[in-house]
Design a protein around this ligand. Structure first.
Ligand code: XIL
Length: 357
C-alpha cells in the first residue's frame, strides 16, 4: 500500500471530475486497484475507530447488498428496527423482532451495533401520541420503555442514542410530547434509566444540524456540560451529519467535534449522507467526494471521535429521495453497488490516518 500514490491518483481523478473531464475507465480501475487492499472498516480499525452503515430490515433480503455491507463495514445501526413504534407497538407489549433480526445479521457478519433510538418525537406508536398523560404517567411509560429495551439489548449493542433530536434550530428545547408533559428533566432521567438497565453501554444524545458551531450545537454543549456537572451518565454526542451540497459544508466541524471531546464525551458521526439536487453530475460528485473526505478527516483529527456511520451505503437504499423530493445520490456507492468518487475520498482519508498511527 502506498498512500501517497493513492492520494495522488485520487486527486487527479477528482481534479479531472471537477474540470468536467471524463475520467477514463482505466484511471478508475487503477485507482480502485490501489484501494482494493483494505476495506473502510479495516482502515478505520487501524486508527482505533469503527466504520459503519445503517441497515433497514427489508434490505437484509437484498443479499448482495447485505453481503457487501458485512464485508466493508464493522458496525451497523438499525434504520428503523429499534424505534419505539417497532419495539413497543402496544402499551407494555414489546416486540423485538425487527431489532433482533439486525442484531443476528450483525453477529453473523461480525459487526457491532449502535442502538437507535430510545426516545424521539417521530415514529412513536399512536397509543402513545394519541393518549393524554399526566407527567407521572408519561414518566413511568418512558422509564418502562427505556428499561425494557435497554435490558433486552444489554451486551448486544455498544451504544444507544438515548434521546434523538431534542433541540430546535435556535437552541431551545424541542416541544416533543416528553418536554410538553414532563419538562426538561426527562432528558437526565432517560440517561439515568438507560444506565441503570445496562451500566456498560455508551449513552448518546444525537441530532442533525449540529455539525457546525452555532446555536443548536451550542445548546448541546451547554446541556452536556451541565449533565456532566450533575453526574448524569452521558458518554457521547452523535452528529447525524445529514449534509446537503446546496447548503454548504458545516462551519468549523473539526473545532466543534473537539470542543465536545474536551467536555469528556465521545463524539460519533452517526448518520452521514451528503445529498444533492438531482440529477447528479461529475462536478457534484467530485464536491461530494471532497466533503466525505473532509468529514472523515475531521473525525480522524480528534481522538475521541470514535467512529463514522453512513446512513445506508448505496443510493440503491437511501431514505433521501422519499423525504427530500428531487434530491438524492447521497451515498458513497451508486445504485449498482459500484464505488462513487466519495468512496475513494473516504478510503484515502482513512488510509493516510491509518499509516500515521
Ligand atoms: C429514517 C429512516 O431511514 C427511514 O427509513 C424512516 O422512514 C424515517 O427515519 N434522523 C434519524 C433517523 O435519527 O432515525 C432517520 O431515519 C433519519 C433522520
Amino acid at each position: 500500500m502506498r498512500p501517497t500514490r493513492v492520494r495522488t491518483a485520487a486527486l487527479a481523478a477528482a481534479t479531472a471530475l471537477l474540470a468536467g473531464l471524463a475520467v477514463t475507465p482505466a484511471a478508475h480501475a487503477s485507482t480502485d486497484q490501489h484501494r482494493a487492499g483494505s476495506t473502510l472498516a479495516q482502515l478505520a480499525e487501524r486508527t482505533g475507530r469503527y466504520f459503519g452503515s445503517a441497515v433497514d430490515n427489508p434490505e437484509l433480503s437484498d443479499t448482495s447488498y447485505a453481503d457487501l455491507l458485512g464485508k466493508e463495514f464493522d458496525a451497523t445501526t438499525p434504520g428503523n428496527g429499534m424505534k419505539w413504534y417497532a419495539t413497543e407497538p402496544q402499551r407494555g407489549v414489546f416486540d423485538f423482532t425487527a431489532g433482533d433480526e439486525i442484531v443476528d445479521y450483525a453477529k453473523s457478519k461480525g459487526l457491532k451495533v449502535r442502538g437507535h433510538t430510545l426516545l424521539w418525537h417521530q415514529q412513536l406508536p399512536s397509543w402513545l401520541t394519541s393518549g393524554t398523560w399526566t407527567a407521572d404517567e408519561l414518566r413511568s411509560i418512558l422509564k418502562n420503555h427505556i428499561t425494557q429495551v435497554v435490558r433486552h439489548y444489554k451486551g448486544k449493542v455498544f451504544a444507544w442514542d438515548v434521546a434523538n433530536e431534542i433541540m430546535n434550530e435556535d437552541g431551545t428545547y424541542r416541544e416533543n410530547i416528553f418536554y410538553k408533559t414532563i419538562g426538561p428533566s426527562y432528558i437526565a432521567d432517560a440517561l439515568r434509566w438507560a444506565h441503570a438497565a445496562d451500566p456498560k453501554v455508551k449513552l448518546y444524545l444525537n441530532d442533525y444540524n449540529v455539525e457546525a458551531i452555532g446555536p443548536k450545537s451550542d445548546a448541546y454543549y451547554t446541556l452536556i456540560k451541565q449533565l456532566k456537572a450533575d453526574h448524569v451518565p452521558i458518554n457521547g454526542f452523535g452528529m447525524q451529519a445529514h449534509l446537503a451540497l446546496q447548503y454548504g459544508f458545516p462551519d468549523r466541524l473539526r473545532q466543534n467535534i473537539r470542543r465536545f471531546a474536551d467536555l469528556g464525551v465521545d463524539v460519533a458521526i452517526t448518520e452521514l449522507d451528503i445529498r444533492m439536487v438531482l440529477p447528479s453530475d461529475a462536478t457534484k460528485l467530485a464536491q461530494q467526494a471532497d466533503w466525505y473526505g473532509k468529514v472523515t478527516d475531521a473525525c480522524l483529527n480528534v481522538k475521541r471521535c470514535v467512529g463514522i456511520t453512513v446512513w445506508g451505503y448505496s443510493d440503491k437504499h437511501s431514505w433521501i429521495p422519499s423525504v427530500f423530493p428531487g434530491e438524492g445520490a447521497a451515498l458513497p456507492w451508486d445504485e449498482n453497488l459500484a464505488h462513487k468518487p466519495a468512496y475513494g475520498a473516504i478510503h484515502d482519508a482513512l488510509a493516510s490516518a491509518a499509516k500515521e498511527d
